[in-house]
Every structure is written in structure tokens, then in C-alpha cells.
Write a protein that binds this ligand. Structure first.
Ligand SMILES: [Zn+2]
Length: 607
């Protein structure tokens, strides 16, 4: 009997080893030609990174199969972690910082039981609890189809009438977890959903604008089978299975869903493999897998404008095309512009697969979203959340910070949906003693042709200042062009020295209003200075009669300044919450100041 048990255990562990690992973390050297050789074999570089202090030295998280491959090519290898699954599991269990997070997550958000990550059942239950809490903001979950093993792939919609289709509202798609071992991608989407609904309830103007004018669709997990498999081999997190759970013709398991889309499917074997045991096996044909079929069928019934398809890790933002060298979309300038804005806050490096990771991959979802003609052109990006130290299973205490750093891009994508106008204010000069010129540049962010744009400078009823109105047609901006413009502003009354006058450029694009705030600093000894707002902050509730909250992570040297509409400094604060009950009703401004520079500015209304 004893022998039988021992034999059984041995048998089990061999199965697990043969199919899943152990995965190792390897440091290895590769010359440029060795790297090419490695990539030509379909090797998956997601989760591989260059050691910053050394030339041609890399680290990566590898299956046994990949380990053999790298060892056969590299001249110098060193195993840093011999069982990554166990390493991740222990690291999560021993994460002493897990409960000392200073960031308060939005109400409703909770960590899960899989090393801090929600498991599949917890994801599904959380979608239900979102609906229970915000029935007017989020739809009930709907399945876009089942997986091979019969698990539902769910989508929910966040909008002001979530149970109705409103064709005039632009649609944005957020998805995550094509890859089963990348749960941080899903966590940050769940976090963002709670976040935006909470902010809407608290009357945050950006959240209100987005939810009232957009339809945001969320598919938090494209590949539940792979994730459930990871839960079965590593219930506390750390499972390293990447693909779905298809049984391949050679009896190996799994297809890489992010190589199974039809655009450039199987173009070559770089970053995509014809072999079933490879982590980048692209499947026997394009869309051979129910998971990618679900995505295709769903996307083709919608009119998505833009898409963020989340992965981990590396701190990248990748956009099409991915399959070939020097192979860019006709919209690559626009992708670049959007990527600049999407990464402004979290500092991820942006580019095509080749520009960011120096490799290629075919059959990816983003290329299909953008390039396939079965639907309208979708501006699709792949963020790779998290960094080398985070790996595929960040510690519980890193989950919320990684969620936080993706709020800004999620908001940006929803707000602009690749059809916007960016206004860059450049400089301001006195033209006469009684007038000044505000010089700015309009920057088309994918503005469609034949849009009517009205633009003016709003000084929030500042009695001394009046600007002219600018009206133009987007045809002049059609090809990612810049249009310089100068607003003449006349003084009705003398401007006081040392005042800071907030203003905003209001642009109305076919009835849709966009604001870009800035501030003039009147200093008669040096003239007029202008500070551009660089970051977006939001103030909630707004309007408010008692307390306002400023959403911004305060640094040691941050101060929050409160101004009257005339630009008079009222008070200075070092906290995110300000009591405004003593103020007279009206419009006020808040600026965030760091190192004596105004880095953000927003208005609010005191009731
Ligand atoms: Zn991935």
C-alpha cells in the first residue's frame, strides 16, 4: 500500500513537472546574432528583460522547454530562481507589507485569495457585486461565449444607461488575461471599474463626462481555462501556465491566444511558434480557439474606437504592427501621440513590439483589432503592467500601486477615444500695455475630417480679461498636424502685479467640450509667465459646499493652493482634503505645486 501511494505521488508530480515546470528565472548572455537565433525559434520574450547594468545580459522567466533552448544558444547562463511558482507563492505569503498600503482602494475593491489575486470565481462574483452596488452604471455580466472547458467569458458595460445601447456614445474595449499567468492585468481593470463608478457617484467631473458620453466594455479575463489550471496547480498564486488548455494534435497542451488572431497569423516563426509545446504556439489555424472566436464575434458586433488589451509585465505600451521590421500602420504618428499621453503618468516605454522589445510577434490581438477589415479601425494598445521585480505574480502589497498607475491611461483612453484635440499652450507675450497674446498650438489627436471646432479662452468671468473666439474646421488638422494660433486678450482694467490668473482653453468639437487649463502669472518685473498644466487632477465632490478632495499623490514637497477666480491666493494646504465651508459661493481654483512649479490646475464650484 505504502508503495502504491509513493508511486501515485511520484506519478502526479511527474505530470505536473512535464506540463508546467518548474519555471526558472535565468540570467544569460546573448550576442545580437544569438538573440536572433533564439527569437527565430518562436521564443516568447514577454517577461524577458535586459539587465540594465550590463551589455547583452538578460533575465527571463522560462519553462523547462525554454530553458533547454536558451542553454543551447547562450554561452553563459545562471539560474537565479529554480522554482518560480514556489518562489512567487512564498513571496506572497511572506509579504509583510501586504496590509500597510497607504493607498485606500475604491469601495468594493478587494484583493483575492490567490496570492492576493482574485480567482475566477471571485472575479465573477465581483462583477455581480458591482452590478448590485451600481445598477445604473454597470450592466449585468453577459457571456461572449464559452471556452473549451465550458467556462464563460464575461463582458460588462459601464455607461449612464448600461442596459441600453446608445449609438451616439463612443465605445471603448478594455480586456485582460489572454495569458493565464498575468492576473495583475485583470486586477487593474477590476480596480479601475470600481474607481470610475465611485468617482461618478461622488460627482467627479471627468468620471461623469466619461460615463455619460461613453460605453466602456470590460472583459477582465479572456482565458479562464488557463487561469483555472493555474489555480489547480498553485492555489496560492504563482502558476506559470500561459496558454489556453487546448489539446494539440501532438498531445501537447495549449495555444497562445495572443498569437491566434488572423492578422499576419503565422507570418513567420519569430515570436510565434508552429510547435505545440512552445509557449507561443499559434494554433493549427487562425481563430482555431473558442477564446479568440469569442473575441472576434463580440468585437465584430460593436463599433469600438479604441482598445487597451492588458498584459504583464515590463512597463511597456505596445501598439501595432507587431509582425515585421519597419512595418508601421498608416496611423503610426497618431499611435505615437496617444502613447505619449497614455504613458505620461506611469512612464511606461511606448512603441511597436520591435521598438520596445526588439522582437516580432504575429497573430496578436492588437494587430487584428487595428488591421482587420471585419470591423471599423480600432486603435488598440497592449500595456505590459509592472516591472522586473514584480514578475508575473507581484506581491500583494504591489497589486494596488500597479492598479493605481494605470488609472490615468484608462481614463485617457475613455475620454479621448482617439478622436481628440490636444492643445499645447506655448508662451504669452504682451503685445501692448493693454493687451497680451496667448500663443498656443492645436495638435490633432486623430480628429476626424469635417469636424467644426470652436475655441476660446475662458477666464472664468475674470472682469479684466476678454479673449477673441476662434472657429475652424478640422480639415486643416487632418494628418496629425499642428496648428499654431494666437489669442489676443484685451484688458478692461489694469492687472495687479503678482496675481496668478487661471484660464482654460475651451474647445468645442462638434458639440463635445474639451478643456485645457493653464495659468498666467503676472509679474511686472519679468512680464507674464505661463505655467502649463501637465497632469490631470480631479476634484470631488464638485460642486461642493463643505469638503473637497483632490485626487493626487502628495510628495514631500507638494503643496495645494487655493485661489479665487481673480487669481488671488486664498490658502495653502498639505493635505488632499480641504474644508471650503467658509468660502463665498462661486468658482475657485486649486493648483498642485511642486518645487515652486504649478504642475496641475483645476477649478471647482463652491455651493
Ligand atoms: Zn501576455
Amino acid at each position: 500500500m505504502k508503495y502504491k501511494i509513493a508511486f501515485f505521488l511520484l506519478f502526479c508530480s511527474q505530470i505536473i513537472t512535464a506540463q508546467t515546470g518548474p519555471y526558472v528565472k535565468l540570467r544569460f548572455s546573448l550576442s545580437n546574432s544569438e538573440m536572433k537565433q533564439l527569437l527565430r525559434s518562436g521564443f516568447d520574450p514577454e517577461g524577458m528583460y535586459k539587465v540594465p547594468t550590463a551589455v547583452n545580459l538578460f533575465e527571463a522567466e522560462l519553462s523547462q522547454e525554454e530553458l533547454r533552448l536558451v542553454k543551447s544558444i547562450s554561452k553563459q547562463t545562471e539560474v537565479l530562481i529554480s522554482d518560480l511558482g514556489r518562489y512567487y507563492e512564498n513571496r506572497a505569503l511572506n509579504d509583510v507589507a501586504r496590509n500597510n498600503n497607504s493607498i485606500v482602494p475604491p469601495p468594493g475593491f478587494q484583493l483575492g485569495t490567490m496570492g492576493g489575486f482574485l480567482n475566477y470565481t471571485q472575479i465573477v462574483n465581483m462583477l455581480d457585486s458591482m452590478r448590485r452596488r451600481y445598477p445604473n452604471l454597470i450592466s449585468a455580466k453577459k457571456s461572449i461565449g464559452n471556452t473549451l472547458e465550458g467556462n464563460a467569458v464575461y463582458v460588462v458595460k459601464i455607461s449612464d444607461h448600461p442596459d441600453k445601447d446608445e449609438p451616439s456614445e463612443k465605445q471603448v474595449l478594455y480586456d485582460a488575461m489572454h495569458h493565464a499567468r498575468e492576473p495583475q492585468a485583470m486586477m487593474q481593470l477590476m480596480y479601475f471599474m470600481w474607481y470610475i463608478m465611485d468617482r461618478y457617484e461622488k460627482k467627479d467631473p471627468i468620471a461623469q463626462y466619461i460615463i455619460n458620453n461613453r460605453e466602456l466594455y470590460f472583459i477582465p479575463i479572456v482565458n479562464p481555462d488557463g487561469y483555472l489550471y493555474n489555480a489547480s496547480i498553485a492555489p496560492n498564486g504563482g502558476g506559470m501556465w500561459r496558454k489556453n488548455r487546448s489539446t494539440n494534435i501532438d498531445a501537447t497542451r495549449g495555444v497562445d491566444l495572443n498569437r491566434n488572431y488572423s492578422y499576419d497569423w503565422g507570418y513567420d516563426d519569430v515570436g510565434s511558434s508552429p510547435l505545440g509545446n512552445s509557449n507561443t504556439f499559434r494554433g493549427p489555424s487562425a481563430f482555431s480557439e473558442p477564446e479568440t472566436q469569442n473575441m472576434r464575434n463580440f468585437v465584430n458586433t460593436k463599433k469600438f474606437k479604441s482598445n487597451l488589451s492588458y498584459h504583464t509585465f515590463g512597463g511597456y505600451l505596445i501598439y501595432p504592427f507587431g509582425a515585421r521590421e519597419n512595418y508601421y500602420t498608416p496611423d503610426s504618428n497618431m499611435f505615437r501621440l496617444y502613447a505619449d499621453s497614455l504613458t505620461k503618468d506611469n512612464g511606461y516605454s511606448a512603441g511597436t513590439v520591435f521598438e520596445t522589445l526588439n522582437y516580432f510577434a504575429n497573430g496578436g490581438s492588437c494587430d487584428w483589432m487595428y488591421g482587420d477589415s471585419s470591423h471599423s479601425k480600432i486603435f488598440s494598445f497592449t500595456p505590459e503592467v509592472g516591472f522586473a521585480n514584480d514578475g508575473f505574480w507581484p506581491t500583494p502589497s504591489r497589486i494596488i500601486p500597479l492598479c493605481e498607475e494605470n488609472i490615468a491611461p484608462n481614463l485617457f483612453m475613455a475620454k479621448y477615444t482617439v478622436n481628440g484635440l490636444d492643445v499645447i499652450t506655448s508662451d504669452t507675450t504682451f503685445s501692448t500695455e493693454n493687451s497680451l497674446n496667448i500663443n498656443l498650438t492645436y495638435f490633432s489627436a486623430g480628429l476626424e475630417n469635417n469636424k467644426k471646432i470652436k475655441s476660446y479662452v475662458d477666464f472664468y468671468n475674470h472682469a479684466a480679461l476678454v479673449s477673441n473666439l476662434d472657429t475652424f474646421n478640422s480639415n486643416g488638422l487632418a494628418t496629425f498636424s499642428k496648428l499654431p494660433f494666437s489669442f489676443a486678450v484685451n484688458f478692461n482694467a489694469p492687472l495687479l502685479n503678482k496675481t496668478e490668473i487661471p484660464y482654460r482653453i475651451v474647445s468645442i468639437i462638434d458639440g463635445e467640450i474639451q478643456y485645457d487649463s493653464s495659468i498666467l502669472i503676472i509679474d511686472k518685473t519679468v512680464g507674464i509667465k505661463q505655467e502649463n498644466r501637465k497632469k490631470e487632477i480631479s476634484i470631488y465632490p464638485n460642486p461642493s459646499s463643505s469638503i473637497i478632495n483632490i485626487e493626487y499623490t502628495l510628495q514631500k514637497n507638494t503643496s495645494i493652493k487655493l485661489y479665487s477666480i481673480e487669481g488671488k491666493l486664498i490658502s495653502e494646504h498639505r493635505s488632499n482634503s480641504i474644508d471650503i465651508s467658509a468660502l463665498v459661493p462661486g468658482i475657485y481654483f486649486v493648483s498642485v505645486v511642486e518645487n515652486n512649479k504649478i504642475i496641475a490646475l483645476e477649478s471647482f464650484q463652491k455651493q
